[in-house]
Structure formats: structure tokens, C-alpha cells
Ligand binder design. Structure first.
Ligand code: ATP
Ligand code: ZN
Length: 698
């Protein structure tokens, strides 16, 4: 028994080691990092662990999530991981929870029940959520992440160090829209075009349904009529291809003609159109329109400078055209079946010839058309959906051919289009070890020992440790003042909560809490002047619920406003003088009498600090994402307002998000999900030299 803990005791010291057995840890995520970390903390001697994960085990997890075996596939990650790891140390209690951390029962009071939280998540949304809950509950957090060979560990402690949201996170990858639409120069540009433009145009929802009306309107407004005629023609052409792909009267030959129609439109007519814009091609090589029949017949010659590997050399066409030949010889009776068989025969890693790509384009378009006709309303790209992957591979390669760009194998397209960064077990293991070190510093309160640690791809210095920075004064998460109310959302109104928290109008707060428990009435009501905001707006996330000129919701219950357990009400000072108050909504205590007050206010009431007025000089810009976490200016106590609180709605147009773009919301969202940033005006610039992956959109 002592053998098990001998080393841990010697290293950690008797006091800390003794404490670990009853330290309550919450570990969120039982994936690549989570499994390693669970093993580490169990072996270190932590004795009371809650492990939460929403997912079940997938076969693809087994290569790096070593607490799982093949027999465990499809079972809850939290359950299996805790069962496996419990066996490593009989003294440990692991409580598995198979759930989403964002569920309402995991409210601030629940988080407060832990001594430390460890994140082993894989998405920003959940990380942000846990960060905010830890700020509200004032519980130390260790945040982590890996991407291939890179990794990062960040200890977070309210008021002492930057929180997860102190530094804006970079958008993964962005490409200029015009590069994607008209002037691609790299394979990825063609892949993004196929996945984010062509697939939605052909197989997605009909977003241009009312494009005709918009164009009529634009014409009336005196817009360039030649341009409008072109746009109209383009919209019309897509419309008829969409219709052909969906036509239920279609037989196999007509679906292949729909594929040909699509091909002719995007690889022939559209290219001819572009070529007619002479200006565009003054300083760049013009694209070559592709000829469907000639490619099929093997007689097509790319007039472009194809020597530098523009496409797989034409000579390969003879060996590589087996698919094409079979396809041709196979006749068209069961096109989709033979296409599927041929598709399956393509070795993922093989270079595809122009003919291969054309046949793959036709075959996959046919398969997708069959699905549309069978009732699938829309189809979007999914790297694990063979049909869409084939279609994107073929379409991207054909476009690349037209533009003299090297083609990519299906395997490479899958990796690039699916944004797949291979997970590396060793990186996860290193990061999981570093998380434990930082967690121990936090538990020991040796704050000067805390470090942001990066695992980097530098053989000479694989680890870099950076001393902690003070929280960003403009952070909209950790600079807010947190408070918690416990209430029955069906019985309290928005006004009662807001007035209660601000210590105003004794009537409101008083009657709700029935003069009851917990709240601090003294000096909080009547004429007692509380130092706080004069006029406020109230938000739930980004929803405005009330502002000084609009009180329609004030008499409504929280429940009717969908402000329930686990959510926050943000009370924002209209004058920007006081910090924002974040009111966490919690449940009434379990033993609360049924006829007891419906609202228990925090005691003492929150006292948001005054913010310093912004200095006249423009504040330095937030550090670029590439430098996120690097050492910045020394911590200082004076909190300077650089920005309005994040929740605050901007009253002027300046600085609003790119709302006025000519995209439908769903289209814009899709583009953004694909890593495209829309800039609102030309003056706006993304600094490319700071992050080479970010390219400005024009
Ligand atoms: N909101 C959430 N609540 C609970 N668990 C979450 C939440 N979001 C993500 N997770 C879990 O975090 C873990 C992250 O682990 P990891 O990055 O290894 O991902 P994975 O899904 O196991 O692997 P991959 O994404 O590479 O297929 C996953 O097990 C995932 O289920
Ligand atoms: Zn912060």
C-alpha cells in the first residue's frame, strides 16, 4: 500500500499528498487528453474525481484513447473510462456522468462543489462555457488542447491570470471570396470552392429562390445591367441543373445528363464567362474551359502550361482511364451501381487523371441525385459521406485542371476538406502530464509557479513555458462581477431579479423573497444610495431582454423569457461606468418550503467596481492570435476600459459585426463555419503577417 504512494508522497510532500485524496476534481472530456489525464490523476493520488463526457466510444478512438477496448465501442466514454481507471487505484472514487456539460443541472452551485476543474475538450463552445462557469463559481481551471504535434496548457484563476476568453481566438482558416470564386491558385482554394460553394448550390437549400426578385430590384436601382444579365443567366443555369438533378421523371440517362449539365456549366460556360473579363487575366494565367466529350473521349488537351504538373499528365490517361473506359463500356443501364463499384475501386491515395475525375464527377453526382430523388431534401459536405467526398474530390480536381493547379488524391482531399489534423497520442500524453503539474501549483496556491506551457514543433525547444499574464482589462468574461440568485423561474419576474440584485425598489425584491432568507436588506433598498449603475440593459447571452427605453419584458417571469437554471442574466450599465453584473440563475435549495420565497438574492449584493474612463489615446490592439499567450505587458492593478463589455449591444454602427452583407444568414454562417471571414468594408484589414493562415477577403 505504501509502495503505491511512496514516490508521490516524496515528490508532493505529505501535506499536499494527503489533501489530494479528498480534493474534488471535475474532469470534462474523456477523449484523447481526458483518458491520459484520468490515468495520471488516479495514479497521482487524487481520490474524488467526477468525469463527464457526452459521447460514446467510436472505433476510431481506440488508437489513442487507451482506456477503451474494442468491446467498449458504442458505450459511454465517461462510464468506461471511469471503470477502467478505477482499477488502477482501489482508493479512488470516480463518478462518471454521461452528459453535456452545458446542461442546466450543471449550474454555478454545482461547479462550486469542486476544488479544481480540468478541461480536456475539443471545441471552443464547451471550453468557453466551462471557463465562464469557473469564473462565476471562482474555481480554478486548467485548460488544454492539442493539434497534431502542438499543444497548450493554460492554468486559469479568476482575477489572477488571464481567462480563456481574455485573448480572442483566431478563426481557423480563411480565404478571400474572390480567390475561391474566380482566381484559385492552390488546391485548397478549389477544395473549398467544391465543398462550400458548388455542393450547396447544387444539393443544398435553394437560397437563390428569390434571387430573381433581388436582381429585378437591383436593375430598378440602376445597377449595371450587363452585370445583372450575367448574374441572372448564372442563377438560371444553376436553377435548371438543380431541377435536372431532382427530376423524378429522370431515368439513369437523364441523371447522367444532369451531371453533364452541371459539368458544362461550371467547368465550361463559367470559365468562358470569366475569360471574357479581360482585365482579370492581365497579370495571371487565364483558366482553360474543359470539354466534357473530349475528356471522355481521351482527346482533350489542356492548352495551359500543364508541364508543371497542372494535372496528372495526360499520358497517364491511358492507364488511369480504366475507370473511364469501364464506365463507358458498362453502358448506362445501372449507372449508379456501376459508378459506385468503380468509385470503390479507386485507391484513395492514387493520383487521378482528368478522365478519372470526370467519371468520378458524373458517378458521384448521380449517386447524390438518386438520394435527392429518394427524398433527402438537402445534402451538405461530410468527410465521412463517400458520395460528397467523391464529388468534392472530382469537382476540386477538375477546377484545378482548368486553372493549372496540381490535383489531389481522394485521401488528401478528405484531410484538407475535413480540416483533419491527425491526433497524436504522444502530444496528448505530454499535455496530460503538464496539466497535472499546473493543477498541483493551483492546489498548492504557488501562483508564481504557474505557467502557460506550449508544446511546439521545435526540436531545440519542444516546450515553452510563459509566466502568467494579468487578466485583460477588456475581457467580457472575467472582468465582469458575478452573482448568483436562487429562484423559481416560473414565479419571479425579470424586474424582481434585476431590482433585487441592484438593491433597488424594496417592493420588487422584498416581495419576491418574502423578506426572507439570505438576502441582505440592509442599505440595499429605499433611499439608501447604492453605488451602482443608474440605467441598465439586461441580456441573456446576446438577447436583449430590457433596456432603459424598453421594459415590455420586465413584468414577465424568467421562465417565460427562457431564462432558466444554468443561464446568466447580464446587467450592463448603460453609461459604461460600472462593470457588468452576471447573474447566474440557480435552483432553490432542495429543502426549500413550497410556500417559501421564490427568489433568494445573493448576500451581500454584488458591488460592481467602477471602470476607469478610457484614456484618450487609442488602446493597443489585442495581441494577434499567433502570439496568444505570449508574455505581454506586466500585470497592473488599474483596470482600464478598452472596450464596451462584450454583452453590450453597440448603439452605433461602428464596430458591429458584418451584418449588412449580401448573404443570407444561413449562407453566411456556412461560409464562416468553413473558415471564411466576411469583412464589412475595404478599410478593414486582417493582418496577414501576424497569422499566415488568415487571408483577407475582398
Ligand atoms: N459539451 C461537451 N460536454 C461534454 N463532453 C464534451 C463536450 N464537448 C466535447 N466533449 C468531449 O470532449 C472529448 C474531446 O476529446 P477528443 O478531442 O479526443 O475528441 P474525440 O471526439 O474523442 O476524437 P476526434 O474528435 O478526434 O474523433 C470528446 O470525448 C467529447 O465527447
Ligand atoms: Zn478573461
Amino acid at each position: 500500500m505504501s509502495g503505491r504512494s511512496l514516490h508521490a508522497k516524496a515528490i508532493l510532500g505529505q501535506e499536499l499528498y494527503g489533501r489530494l485524496s479528498h480534493t474534488k476534481v471535475l474532469l470534462v472530456g474523456a477523449g484523447g487528453i481526458g483518458c491520459e489525464l484520468l490515468k495520471n490523476i488516479v495514479l497521482t493520488g487524487f481520490g474524488d474525481i467526477t468525469l463527464l463526457d457526452l459521447d460514446t466510444i467510436d472505433l476510431s478512438n481506440l488508437n489513442r484513447q487507451f482506456l477503451f477496448r474494442k468491446k467498449d465501442v458504442k458505450q459511454s466514454k465517461a462510464m468506461v473510462a471511469s471503470r477502467t481507471a478505477s482499477a488502477f487505484n482501489p482508493n479512488v472514487k470516480i463518478t462518471p456522468i454521461h452528459a453535456n456539460i452545458k446542461e442546466p443541472q450543471f449550474d454555478v452551485a454545482w461547479f462550486r462543489g469542486f476544488d479544481i476543474v480540468l478541461n480536456a475538450l475539443d471545441n471552443l463552445d464547451a471550453r468557453r462555457h466551462v471557463n465562464k462557469m469557473c469564473m462565476a463559481a471562482n474555481v480554478p481551471l486548467v485548460e488544454s488542447g492539442t493539434a497534431g504535434y502542438l499543444g497548450q496548457v493554460q492554468p486559469i484563476l479568476k482575477d489572477r491570470a488571464e481567462c480563456f476568453d481574455c485573448i480572442p481566438k483566431p478563426t481557423p482558416k480563411t480565404f478571400p471570396v474572390c480567390t475561391i470564386r474566380s482566381t484559385p491558385s492552390q488546391p485548397i482554394h478549389c477544395i473549398v470552392w467544391a465543398k462550400s460553394y458548388l455542393i450547396p448550390q447544387l444539393f443544398g437549400e435553394d437560397e437563390d429562390a428569390d434571387a430573381g426578385g433581388e436582381l429585378d430590384e437591383a436593375e430598378k436601382q440602376g445597377e449595371n445591367s450587363a452585370e445583372i444579365a450575367t448574374l441572372r443567366k448564372e442563377a438560371q443555369a444553376f436553377k435548371s441543373v438543380r431541377a435536372a438533378l431532382r427530376s423524378t421523371s429522370a431515368d439513369a440517362s437523364s441523371s447522367s445528363s444532369a451531371a453533364k449539365q452541371a459539368f458544362d456549366k461550371v467547368f465550361h460556360s463559367d470559365v468562358l464567362n470569366l475569360l471574357s473579363m479581360g482585365d482579370m487575366w492581365r497579370s495571371r494565367a487565364p483558366p482553360t474551359p474543359l470539354d466534357f466529350d473530349a475528356i471522355r473521349a481521351g482527346t482533350f488537351v489542356l492548352a495551359r502550361k500543364s508541364k508543371n504538373g497542372a494535372v496528372a499528365p495526360q499520358t497517364n490517361g491511358t492507364t488511369g482511364s480504366s475507370v473511364a473506359e469501364k464506365q463507358l463500356n458498362g453502358g448506362s443501364t445501372s449507372a449508379s451501381v456501376s459508378a459506385e463499384a468503380n468509385g470503390a475501386k479507386l485507391k484513395d491515395q492514387r493520383a487521378l487523371t482528368l478522365q478519372d475525375n470526370l467519371e468520378l464527377f458524373v458517378a458521384s453526382a448521380e449517386r447524390l441525385a438518386v438520394r435527392l430523388r429518394a427524398g433527402e431534401e438537402t445534402i451538405s459536405f461530410d468527410k465521412d459521406d463517400e458520395d460528397t467526398l467523391d464529388f468534392v474530390t472530382a469537382a476540386a480536381n477538375l477546377r484545378s485542371a482548368a486553372y493549372g493547379i496540381p490535383g489531389k488524391s481522394r485521401w488528401e482531399v478528405k484531410e484538407m476538406a475535413g480540416n483533419i489534423i491527425p491526433a497524436i497520442a504522444t502530444t496528448n500524453a505530454i499535455i496530460a502530464g503538464l496539466i497535472v503539474l499546473q493543477a498541483l501549483h493551483l492546489l498548492r496556491r504557488s501562483y508564481s509557479a504557474l505557467r502557460n506551457v506550449h508544446v511546439q514543433f521545435k526540436p531545440s525547444m519542444p516546450l515553452s513555458a510563459i509566466t502568467m499574464c494579468a487578466p485583460s482589462p477588456s475581457c467580457g468574461v472575467c472582468r465582469d462581477t458575478y452573482a448568483e440568485v436562487r429562484c423559481d423561474p416560473a414565479r419571479v419576474t425579470l424586474r424582481q431579479v434585476v431590482d433585487g440584485v441592484l438593491g433597488r425598489g424594496a417592493a420588487g425584491a422584498g416581495s419576491a423573497s418574502g423578506g426572507g432568507e439570505g438576502e441582505d436588506g440592509s442599505g440595499a433598498d429605499g433611499e439608501g444610495e447604492r453605488d451602482g449603475p443608474a440605467e441598465v440593459s439586461v441580456y441573456e447571452d446576446k438577447r436583449v431582454l430590457s433596456d432603459p427605453d424598453w421594459d415590455d419584458n420586465d413584468g414577465r417571469t424568467l421562465e417565460s423569457l427562457n431564462v432558466t437554471r444554468g443561464k446568466f442574466l447580464s446587467i450592463v450599465d448603460e453609461d459604461g461606468e460600472f462593470a457588468t453584473i452576471q447573474v447566474a440563475i440557480g435552483a432553490l435549495p432542495p429543502n426549500h418550503p413550497l410556500d417559501g420565497p421564490a427568489l433568494i438574492l445573493p448576500s451581500p449584493l454584488p458591488a460592481p467596481p467602477r471602470r476607469e474612463k478610457p484614456r484618450p489615446a487609442t488602446p493597443p490592439p489585442a495581441p494577434p492570435p499567433a502570439l496568444a499567450g505570449k508574455k505581454r505587458s506586466a500585470p497592473d492593478d488599474d483596470i482600464q476600459e478598452l472596450d464596451a463589455p462584450s454583452a453590450k449591444r453597440s448603439r452605433t454602427d461602428a464596430g458591429t459585426a458584418s451584418g449588412a452583407l449580401p448573404f443570407t444568414p444561413s449562407k453566411k454562417r456556412r461560409l464562416e463555419e468553413d473558415g471564411l471571414i466576411m469583412l464589412e468594408n475595404e478599410g478593414e484589414k486582417i493582418e496577414e503577417d501576424r497569422d499566415p493562415d488568415v487571408i483577407e477577403i475582398d
